[in-house]
Design a binder for this molecule. Sequence first.
Ligand code: URA
Length: 235
Amino acid sequence: MRIDKLISESGIASRKEAARVARAGGVIVDGKAVKDLSTHIDPEKCRVVYLGREIVYRRFTYVMLNKPEGYVSATDDKSLPYVTELLPDELRKMELFPVGRLDKDTTGLMILTNNGQLAHSLLSPKHHVEKEYFFTAAEPLCDGAEKQFESGVTLADGYECKSAVLSLSDDRMSGKITLTEGKYHQIKRMIAAMGNRVTSLERISFGSIPLDCSLGRGEWRYLSDREISILEKQG
Ligand code: URA
């Protein structure tokens, strides 16, 4: 693997920035400064230190994206544009896919990876990974909505949702919902089951990883080592 690829995929610096740092002697491979980052190394065997920080090689790539409205995340949805179009070419080549879907009009936190096994396990109902959403509704939610969410909302098709947490704003027209499952249009259908309608929906956390509020809509960054270990523990 090229050294500049290893550095850029670790999220520590772009290839361009790394080239500048390498010219100034800031990239050390197995104890020696390397100026030419197109050099190929075995990332599992070599120790690469970038400006004093050791780079931990990961077989898989993990990205956090702040999804804007108008992008689809379901791989079987043939409509466009697809969320991965928001990523640069080098990431698109890696065939990352979203861990859990968001509707075309839903915004917010989306994690993409090429670690299929971890993604699958994070989405398994067995693991109860919590997903938190902020929503607004067309009308104030009815009295007792919090209790209904807690005991499990019954959807129009008869499906009984697992217990979920609803916390409402003072006017009861917006709030947060925490789910441990992810059925098709689940929140929209839960709110519809109460005779109401979702007017906006944003995912604000996934398995105790919050959406990084420094990311604008459509922006992305690599997950940090800490965030990756949180996911690994939950999956
Ligand atoms: N629930 C929905 O209704 N839509 C989403 O995108 C996510 C959860």
